[in-house]
Design a protein around this ligand. Structure first.
Ligand code: FAD
Length: 419
């Protein structure tokens, strides 16, 4: 089936589902550099290359380990190989892959400098660097502390370290999980993590406990998680908000101590998820504001601060839209269409975007939250009543089906982004 340009550009939602295989006319072709080959960057690079533009994708790592489904590794359901992807297939679409670290951007000269001092010229630059951690925001928590109390909020060696600690822990041990305040990557992620760790402990170390020391008073899909915990792991998971002493104020990693407003805990395993910001290169490029995130136009994802640079995925703040792989992938397609339009001298169309977050409380127990986003005056807004949440008190068959949908989604999005 073929689609007209008008049909394809009509909505971002359509962009999420339509095949895209056409070539830009030679005079419309532009040079695009994409920094970051995760869900956002890989998708944008692939779509722009399919449109006929000259695309170079830069990532510091040769392979990519997904955060989605990394909690299943912690729960002993999958191994790291199951969440590891390479990007070789993007070359078949015409993307030039470059392994390297982007260390500087000159927006006037339109060049990206790589470590080693090579530099790449661009007409349009896309940054999709994900998140980095706010140094000093949680006293005592730094890179050295993360080797003792892993964050595992970037998948890879941190995931392996946290899993090894869970395996080494004795039955009856306390696992602390400390999620940050909003905004951060994957709002339901810490609660899925608590659930899948509980899934492992329930059979391997049933006398153990999980304590979530939260920096916020409520969290994503809270009633669904609490219902699942009562049904699947009664008495095993305790959630403590700041008003009940849950706020972590300091980490003393070398002593194994987690300090809260009211007590000092010495858990067997501590998973500290620190406050976040856009990946460091965003700040270097001048596209991050005082919040640490990157304000962008919701039509094109072009920076509000620096022309010619588009920021997508976790790093950007386009208005209402959670930081998820689903969002990054959808934003990438909207951005590819917008850049294609800009190269043709046309204005980007106002998009509609969708996000769905699938979560697993156990391998056969899933639920979802979905949102639909429109654009007005350059910012995205949540279209009320267009999204939805899985119902409470649903039959187990529904939970099983939603867990299957989660696996199907993972297979689809990783194939679309990397496969
Ligand atoms: P990333 O995927 O982080 O990619 C950034 C890439 O940029 C990396 O490959 C990095 O190496 C590269 N990079 C950064 N800086 C540079 C530089 N200077 N030079 C070169 N390369 C650089 N989302 C969902 O939709 N569903 C889920 O079920 C889900 N589960 C999650 C579970 C957990 C535990 C976590 C932590 C997250 C989860 N997420 C989920 C969120 C998802 O992982 C992120 O939202 C998504 O990865 C964002 O994509 P991105 O392209 O913005 O950044």
């Amino acid at each position: 089936m073929t689609y007209s340009r008008r049909q394809v550009l009509a909505t971002g939602a359509a962009l999420a589902t339509l095949p895209f295989a056409r070539s830009a006319r030679a005079q419309d072709r532009g040079r695009v550099v994409v920094v970051g080959g995760g869900f956002g960057g890989a998708t944008a690079a692939r779509w722009l290359a399919r449109m006929g533009h000259a695309v170079t994708l830069v990532d510091r790592d040769a392979t990519y380990l997904t955060c989605p489904f990394s909690n299943t590794v912690l729960g002993g359901v999958n191994d790291l190989a199951a969440i590891t992807h390479d990007r070789a297939a993007l070359e078949a679409d015409g993307v030039t892959l470059l392994q390297g670290e982007a260390v500087a951007v000159d927006p006037d000269a339109r060049r990206v400098t790589l470590a080693g001092e090579d530099s790449l010229p661009y007409d349009r630059l896309i940054l999709s660097p994900g998140v980095d951690f706010r140094q000093g925001a949680l006293p005592g928590y730094d890179t050295a502390a993360s080797q003792i109390m892993p964050h595992a909020w970037k998948a890879g060696t941190q995931t392996a370290l946290l899993r090894a600690q869970l395996e080494a822990m004795e039955d009856g041990g306390l696992v602390v999980i400390a999620p940050p305040a909003n905004p951060y990557r994957c709002p339901p992620g810490p609660y899925e993590r608590a659930s899948l760790i509980a899934h492992y402990l329930k059979s391997a170390k049933p006398a153990s406990r999980i304590l979530i020391l939260d920096a916020k008073e409520k969290f994503s899909k809270q009633p669904l998680w609490e219902e699942a915990w009562d049904a699947l792991y009664p008495g095993m998971i305790e959630w403590r908000p700041p008003s009940l002493g849950g706020r972590v104020t300091e980490i003393r990693a070398s002593e194994g101590t987690v300090v809260t407003d009211f007590e000092r805990l010495q858990p067997a395993v501590a998973n500290i998820i620190p406050p976040q910001k856009a990946g460091d290169i965003a700040e270097v490029a001048g596209v991050a504001d005082a919040t640490g995130w990157c304000p962008v136009n919701g039509r094109s994802f072009e920076s509000d601060l620096v022309p010619g640079i588009h920021v997508i995925g976790d790093a950007c703040m386009p208005g209402a839209m959670p930081k998820s792989a689903f969002s990054a992938n959808a934003q990438a397609k909207v951005t590819a269409a917008a850049i294609d339009a800009l190269f043709r001298g046309e204005a980007p169309q106002s998009p509609k975007l969708i996000n769905t977050c699938y979560s697993l409380a156990a391998p056969d127990y899933g639920f979802t939250v979905a949102g639909v986003y429109g654009e007005a005056d350059g910012k995205l807004f949540d279209i009320e009543e267009a999204g939805g949440l899985s119902p409470l008190a649903a039959p187990m068959e529904t939970r099983r089906k939603e867990a299957d949908y989660a696996r199907d989604w993972y297979a689809r999005i990783t194939t679309e982004s990397f496969g």
